[in-house]
Design a protein around this ligand. Structure first.
Ligand code: PEP
Ligand code: MN
Length: 337
């Protein structure tokens, strides 16, 4: 971080500000030019709010020269993080396939889908139990009953389960029953939830990108979880809001190389919520793997026309099977660094 002083700044101002910086446990380097003085801050500036210095009358402006996150930063952790979801490794060249319905609806549905996606090569089963729906009148999920059905499907197929946590009240239940805890797009900036997920959730976390979040906001959300004690975070791009209305959201594939440059965390793609249309899933899944994604989360339903949520974007098991065969072929020719 550098503090640029106003031209009329005096020696006393420089002394006052450098003393202030030192009190925060940092060192300074003062560069006095013919017109302007710049104070460089040396040390961990992630804990410093630039506004603290911006209010000083001798300060012109403050600039960050390094990112405000430390734990998620590739700079301090050059190797890819590999997250282990109950035996399934994600990241560092390990690709994961998460598949299942948007919502768990009944026993037959989740068992049928679980068997099918397992046969096609998926390695984690998804299924919403607590659903964040835009309308309060829409199906809200089966709650704890859905977790028990997911557990039955896990018992039969051996697939670890992934489902969304919406409320901190359910943390003990999720610690007991869930293998990968999803934080949905709408909760990406629910900081009190993120803090509790960091300190209390003992399982890996799948952090979806907020509907209109920047990369930095998304990484800072991961940083919240990590700074509070849980280092096992997987990022998931699921489409962002743009001016386009034809598709549900716009899939940001650039997020893959950008996030891999900025962080060491695995990043997966959810093409189902991105496009909102089942026929977009195939091409976007392939593009995601080619762009370096560490995995895919795809919605699969045995009867999409009757699905209680997200039917139009769900693949039937036969389509998912064909896609998985192609993805496996692609995987064998893609080299991840
Ligand atoms: C979901 O995965 O079913 C879901 C609600 O996702 P998102 O938070 O990305 O909308
Ligand atoms: Mn969904």
């Amino acid at each position: 971080m550098i503090i640029v002083l106003k031209q009329q700044a005096k020696k006393d101002d420089i002394t006052r500000i450098t003393e202030e910086v030192k009190k925060l446990g940092l060192k300074t380097s003062v560069v006095t030019g013919s017109e302007q003085t710049i104070i460089g801050l040396i040390g961990d500036t992630t804990i410093i709010d630039p506004k603290k210095f911006e209010v000083d009358e001798a300060v012109d402006h403050v600039m960050r020269v390094s990112e405000p996150y430390k734990l998620a930063n590739r700079e301090f952790h050059p190797l890819d993080t590999i997250v282990d979801v109950n035996g399934v490794k994600i990241g560092g060249g390990n690709i994961c396939y998460i598949a299942g319905p948007c919502s768990v609806e009944n026993k037959d549905q989740i068992l049928e889908v679980a068997r099918a996606v397992k046969k096609s090569g998926a390695n984690i089963l998804r299924g919403g139990a607590f659903k964040p729906r835009t309308s309060p009148y829409a199906f809200q999920g089966m709650g704890e009953d859905a977790l028990n059905l997911l557990l039955e499907a896990k018992k039969e197929t051996g697939l670890p389960i992934c489902t969304e946590l919406m409320d901190a009240e359910y943390i003990p239940l999720f610690n007991e029953k869930v293998d990968l805890v999803q934080i949905g797009a709408r909760n990406m900036q629910n900081y009190s939830l993120l803090k509790k997920v960091g300190s209390e959730i003992k399982k890996p976390v799948l952090l979806k990108r907020g509907l209109s979040s920047t990369y930095e906001e998304w990484i800072m959300a991961a940083e919240y979880i990590m700074a509070n004690g849980n280092p096992n975070v997987i990022l998931c791009e699921r489409g962002i809001r743009t001016f386009e209305t034809y598709t549900r959201n716009t899939l940001d594939l650039q997020a893959i190389p950008v996030l891999k440059r900025l962080t060491h965390l695995p990043i997966i793609i959810d093409p189902s919520h991105a496009g909102g249309k089942w026929w977009l899933v195939e091409s976007m899944s392939k593009a995601s793997l080619v762009a370096g994604a560490d995995g895919l989360m795809i919605e699969v339903h045995n009867d999409p026309e009757k699905a209680l949520s997200d039917g139009p974007q769900s693949l039937r098991p036969d389509k998912y099977d064909i896609l998985m065969q192609d993805l496996k072929k692609l995987e064998s020719i893609i080299h991840h660094e």
